[in-house]
Design a protein around this ligand. Structure first.
Ligand code: F6P
Length: 368
């Protein structure tokens, strides 16, 4: 039991993911039950070091009332941003140029000024890397692994992933009938950044004919051959799932935008793949981008429960005196792993994993 904690803060950084509100609810109730006060920081860390931007204040008092009825809601009651990385904050230099500036010291001062004893940082790799910096600067921090992409190391799964995969699978199911009715090739682009977890799991579950993931650079002639082979067998339609970070063998990822202070925005690969497959096979092809639809909606039961477990475990970790750790699913338990083992490490799909082997046994093409 740690007697020194009186007031903790919770923040949600980076892209939102279904289950954020469930984590917040569990953490708030577990903390209040220990007699701690809880505040939420608006939009990442912005509410702390850019408080003047928020007329109603940069911090929200989190009470039993404020977390009532939020477990099943998508989004985050605190707001989120992936523009506010305080390690690389876009700042106008004297030269008039936009440069990246480290503003973490200002945030540390904010924590002191607000008498915040500990932070529960709910985020993906970027947010957890920032949380690790605060831990190194002396703040008590526990991280919670969030991302629909499932690309965080040291945890079996992140919350938000199951909801994204379930919805993507439903979309693939729906696209089957229209692809068949029109004898088309439909290319479905899904999020996932530089990892293929969403594409792989939804593609296999939705019985796609080809799945293109960043871990396996593709050769589209192989996919075209698969489509033509299906047509010869009377199956004159095909579904191809492509991860936004997938790339051709001799090419690079498809980037929409690069902006100072934020991660590059991926996208556009679905249209490219559809156009090339149409050219190669002569079959009418269409691209559908699921994009942010995968981030919305009600978390699945799996994600709700996982989020509630993570939120409660984060408070338990603080109460047990841990800091600089992330709660991680290691069935049947939730354990604590050093943030240092997570920050800056990406979990890719292992090429020899059982799901890839299963897909190959089912005849699904990876374009290799
Ligand atoms: O990391 C989650 C994620 O949804 C990625 O899959 C995607 O590349 C990125 O965020 C998109 O972020 P946004 O469009 O919100 O900047």
């Amino acid at each position: 039991m740690n007697p020194t904690i009186k007031r903790i803060a919770i923040n949600t950084g980076g892209g939102d993911a279904p289950g954020l509100n469930a984590v917040i609810r569990a953490a708030v109730l577990a903390a209040l039950n220990r007699g701690w006060e809880v505040v939420g920081i608006r939009e990442g860390y912005n509410g702390l070091f850019l408080a003047e931007q928020y007329p109603e204040g940069g911090l929200i008092s989190l009470t039993r009332d404020s977390v009532r009825g939020v477990t099943h809601l998508g989004g985050t009651i605190l707001g989120a941003t992936n523009r506010g990385n305080p390690l690389r904050y876009p700042t106008l230099a004297e030269t008039g140029q936009l440069v990246e500036k480290d503003r973490t010291d200002e945030i540390m001062e904010g924590f002191k000024r607000q008498q915040i004893d500990a932070l529960i940082a709910i985020g993906g790799d970027g947010s957890l890397a920032i949380a690790n910096v605060f831990a190194q600067k002396g703040l008590r921090v526990v991280g919670v692994p969030k991302t629909i992409d499932n690309d965080l190391d040291q945890t079996v799964i992140t919350f938000g992933f199951d909801t994204a995969v379930s919805f993507a699978t439903e979309c693939i199911d729906r696209l089957h009938s229209t692809a068949q009715a029109h004898r088309r090739v439909i290319v479905i682009e899904v999020m996932g950044r530089y990892a293929g977890w969403i594409a792989l799991n939804a593609g296999v579950s939705g019985t796609a004919d080809a799945i293109l993931i960043p871990e396996i650079p593709y050769d589209l002639t192989k996919v075209a051959a698969k489509i033509e082979d299906r047509a010869r067998r009377g199956l004159d339609f095909s579904l191809v799932v492509v991860a936004e970070g997938a790339k051709p063998k001799e090419g690079s990822v498809s980037v929409i935008a690069r902006e100072i202070g934020r991660a590059e925005r991926l996208g556009g690969i679905g249209e490219k793949v559809a156009a090339e497959l149409q050219e190669m096979t002569g079959k009418e092809s269409r691209a559908v981008v699921l994009g942010h639809l995968l981030r919305g909606g009600t978390p699945t039961t799996f994600d709700r429960l996982l989020s509630l477990r993570f939120g409660a475990a984060a408070v338990r970790a603080l109460a047990e005196g841990y800091s600089g750790v992330m709660v991680a699913l290691d069935p049947p338990t939730v354990r604590y792993v050093p943030l240092e083992m997570v920050a800056g490490r990406m979990k890719s799909v292992p090429l020899d994993c059982d799901t890839i082997l299963t897909a190959r046994e089912l005849g699904i093409s990876f374009g290799d």
